[in-house]
Design a binder for this molecule. Sequence first.
Ligand SMILES: Cc1cc2nc3c(=O)[nH]c(=O)nc-3n(C[C@H](O)[C@H](O)[C@H](O)COP(=O)(O)OP(=O)(O)OC[C@H]3O[C@@H](n4cnc5c(N)ncnc54)[C@H](O)[C@@H]3O)c2cc1C
Ligand SMILES: NC(=O)c1ccc[n+]([C@@H]2O[C@H](COP(=O)([O-])OP(=O)(O)OC[C@H]3O[C@@H](n4cnc5c(N)ncnc54)[C@H](OP(=O)(O)O)[C@@H]3O)[C@@H](O)[C@H]2O)c1
Length: 589
Amino acid sequence: MAGQQKVAVIGAGTCGVSMLKTLSEDGFQVTCFERRKQVGGLWAYTDDPSMTTALPSTRALISKYTCGMTDYPMPEKYPSHLSSAQFQEYIESYARHFDLLKDVVFGASVTRAARNEDDTKWRLEMFVNGEPQSEEFDKVVFCHGYQTISKMPDYEGKELFEGQLMHAQQFRSTKGLEGKNVVVVGMSSTASDIINNLLPVASNVYMSHRRGGYVFPTWRKGVPGDLMVTWRRRQITAFIQRRLPSVYKWCTDKGLNFFMRSHWGRLDPEWRVLPAPSISLSLPGASNSLIPLLQEGKIASVHGIKRFTGPHSVELNDGTVLDDIAAVICATGYTANMSVAPFLERSRPANYDGPDLVRLWMNIFPPKYADSMALLCHSAYGKNNGFSFNDVQSMAISNIFRGVHPLPPLSSMNAAVDAHHEWLASRWSKEQLGFEPSAVKTWEFQAFLHDVAGTGMENLGWGWKGWKFFFRDPKMSWLMNNGVETAHAFRYFETGKRRTWEGARDAIIRANEAVKVFPVKEERRRLICRGGREGGTVEITVLFVEEKGDCMFNFVLCIADILITLTPIQLLKACKSQTTVYSEKKNVK
Ligand SMILES: Cc1cc2nc3c(=O)[nH]c(=O)nc-3n(C[C@H](O)[C@H](O)[C@H](O)COP(=O)(O)OP(=O)(O)OC[C@H]3O[C@@H](n4cnc5c(N)ncnc54)[C@H](O)[C@@H]3O)c2cc1C
Ligand SMILES: NC(=O)c1ccc[n+]([C@@H]2O[C@H](COP(=O)([O-])OP(=O)(O)OC[C@H]3O[C@@H](n4cnc5c(N)ncnc54)[C@H](OP(=O)(O)O)[C@@H]3O)[C@@H](O)[C@H]2O)c1
C-alpha cells in the first residue's frame, strides 16, 4: 500500500530529513523539495537575506547529549554545544549515512499545495532552479520551518530614517557599522547573537526591549542546562501543567525569578529584565552573554522604540531620544509561512478578538485531509529538544499515513480543534503582546505523538508497565527515567509500531557515561563574537569554578525529586554546588 504512494516532503532541515528517512523506511516513494543547495535547514548558512539562517558564530542552545537523532548518535569529536557549521555537517552526514540525498531536489522552492481537479491528489507548484513546475502527490508533509517569515514591527516615522532598518533575518555581517551606534530590538537568542557580532566593531550597542524577559543560560554551574531535564522531571512538570495549571504558573514564575537572581546575580531594576511575562504564556530567551554584558556596561538596556524622529534619531517609549543611530536591527522573532497552504481553514472562537486561528488537528493535520497532509511548523512549546523530537513526529505521521494508527472521525477532530481554539482564546485574554497562536498544550501534544509513533515510553511511567520494566532491567529503567534525556530512548522499546534501533541500549549507556565529566571544575568556554566573518573578535570567557553555597535551587529541585520519585541519590549529586564566574577578555584583531 505505502509503496504505491508518492509523498512530497517540503524542506530538508532537521525535520525534513527525519521525515524523508522515516517515510522511505516505511515504504513510501518520497521526494523532498528544498530551496537551499544543501540539507540542514537554517543551520546551512546562506547569504540570501530572504531566508532565516544561523550565523557562523551561532551555537546550538541544546547540548549534543540531548539533541541528536534517535538512531544516529552525535560524533564524539563535537564540543558540548555545536556550532552552526557542525550542526549542518551532522545533518549532512546523517543524510549520507541513510542515503537520503538522492531523494532531495535542491533549489526547489514550493509556492503552493492544492488539491487537483478531481480532489484525489495534492498538486505542488514550485520553482526548480527558477523554472516553474508542478507535480502531483498522494500525500504531503510541510517541514519548511517555523522560523521562516520575519515579524517586523511597523514603526511610525520609519520613512524619515536614513540609517539601516532591518530584521535580524537580513543580518549577515557588521560591514558598514564600524564605529557606529546600533540599536538591536529584542532580548532573546537572536538579539544576543547579533549583539555579540556587533560588540567588537560598533561604537555603542543599545538593546531595546519593551518589557522584561527570562534569559536562560545554556550552562548552569558547570553543567549544560538541558541535562537538568530528565524524562521523569518532564513527566512531573507535564502532570502539574495539566492538572494544576495555576500551581504550575505560580511555581514557575516564582522559581524563575529566583533562578534569574541566583544565577545571574545583580539585576539592576533600570535594565527592566524583571519582571518578565509568565513562562506559561510567553517563550523565554537563551543567552550566556546578554546579562554579563549589561553587568559589565558593554551594552545599554533601553526602552522599546516608539518612533523614528529624524534621519538618525529614534524616540523610545520612555521619551528618551537616541541620536546618531546608524542602524536598527529588529530581532523580533519569526512565524511560519502558511501562504504555501491556501487550503487551510481558519476560524475564531466567540468573544475572541485576536488573529484568526488556523484549523489544524493536534496543530499538525487539516482535519479534512488528515490522512494525506501534515504541517510541522505550527507547534510552539511542543518540541522539547527541537531536534530529537523530529523522529517522534516523523514516526507518528508515517503511522497515520500508513494506517497503522487510526484517525478519529472528522467530527471529533473538528471538535478537538474548537476546544483547542477556546484554550488559545483564554491565553489571548491573559497575554496579547507575546501571544503565540501556534502554542500547544505540551503534555497533550507530546503524549499524542509518542502514542501514535509507538515509542513505548509508557514503559517509563509509574504504571504497571513502568514497574515491570524496572524489575526486568533496573539499570536501563534508572538511566532512561533519570539520566540524560537522549533521543535514542525513542527507539528502545519494541511496540510493533515503528522500527527499533539495535544500538539504542549502548548509545543510551554511552550518553550517560559521557556526561560524567560534568560538572566541570574549570571550563573555559570561549564565546567568540565576530564583526561579520572577517571582522574583529571579542572573547567572553566563562569560567566555572567549584564552590560551596547557593544550594537553594538544587535543594528545591531535589526535594521535589525525592517526594515524587524517591530518588535520594539525586540529592547528593545536586548538593555538589558550583558557581559561575564571568570574566571578559578583549582581543580585537
Ligand atoms: C538562529 C536559530 C538558532 C536556533 N537554535 C536552536 C537550538 O539551539 N536548539 C533548538 O532546539 N532549536 C533551535 N532553533 C529552532 C529551530 O527552528 C530548530 O533548530 C530547527 O532548525 C528547525 O528545523 P526545521 O527543519 O523545522 O526548520 P528549518 O531548519 O527552518 O528548515 C526548513 C527548511 O525548509 C526550507 N524551505 C522553507 N520554505 C520552503 C519552500 N517553500 N520550498 C522549499 N523549501 C523550503 C528551508 O530552506 C529550510 O532548509 C533555532 C532557530 C534559529 C532561528
Ligand atoms: N542557538 C541559538 O543561539 C539561537 C540563536 C537565535 C535564535 N534561536 C532560536 O530561534 C527562535 C527565535 O528566536 P528570536 O530571538 O529570533 O525570537 P524570539 O525568541 O521570539 O524573541 C523575540 C524578541 O523580540 C521581542 N519583540 C517581539 N516583537 C517586538 C516588538 N514589536 N517590539 C519590541 N520587541 C519585540 C520579544 O520580546 P516581547 O515580545 O516579550 O516584548 C523578544 O525579546 C527561538 O526558538 C530561539 O531559541 C536560537
